[in-house]
Ligand binder design. Sequence first.
Ligand SMILES: [Zn+2]
Length: 309
Amino acid sequence: MSTSRHDHAASIENATIEDLGGGLYAYVQPDGGWMINNTGFLVGRDGVTVVDSCSTERRTRAFRAKLAAITPAPVRVLVNTHSHPDHTAGNGLFGEAAIVAHEQTRAELLVKVPPLDSIWEPIDAGSVPPAPPFLTYTSGLTLWIDDLRCEVKHVGMPAHTTNDSILWVPDRSVLYSGDLLFNGGTPFLVSGSVTGAIRVLTEQIAPLGATTIVPGHGPVCGPEVIAGVLGYLRFVLSTAERARAAGLTPLEAARETDLADFAEWTDPERIVGNLHRAYADLGGGPVDVLAALGDMVTYNGGRPLTCLA
Ligand SMILES: [Zn+2]
């Protein structure tokens, strides 16, 4: 019931650069599943600002090669939208750039994470030196691509993680959303907040009126993706409310839940981690993240989660 839906388009060769116009680009890696993220870059006269690195040495080098084919200008700034390794593990291959993020993004990257080999299929991470952001902010900053104003903003509360920032280009109506938005993949909230993500999307992201959105995973899209993600988050929350009242564990609740159309999205097993987080949001105490991840594997038939990074 819980097999991850992935196709083999996940090879690096199928990653594409999307020209959003006026020096703005998205780098889209299909199929957007575990550890296969999007990045972006903004090209000015004298330099490039990059939004996020990739999960492995191979993927980050491939991204840099495609970027270099667009412009010979140096990368001067790298903004991390949040601390997850698919968006930050390749930072060390941008040694020439100022690496910028919310201060909690840096703090999370300095925490030693236990090995998670039993949770995901093994990946070849390659060899990249750790490079946490060294220029940090608490609420946001304004970046300039020549005369183009770009607003980097922390969302102010836990959502996808504790440290999500967006990069918003008001004059172009382009939003680099990080993992606040997935397009065609199941959102993942275990290290953030389901209720917080609903608030952020309704109170901050939707009102921007973005016409073009570069989501953290999946194809470039328009604002319609926001309603889709909100629909899922509200489904998770209402499922958690009912199941918690019935005395079910998050894993039991997930097993009883019909994902309906959401089952078409990649990595549906994230429902288990999301329910753990929703229980906590509803007053159930802190989440044991390792236990939540372990429950996702159980839900997945005991198999490590599909990871094509
Ligand atoms: Zn993430």
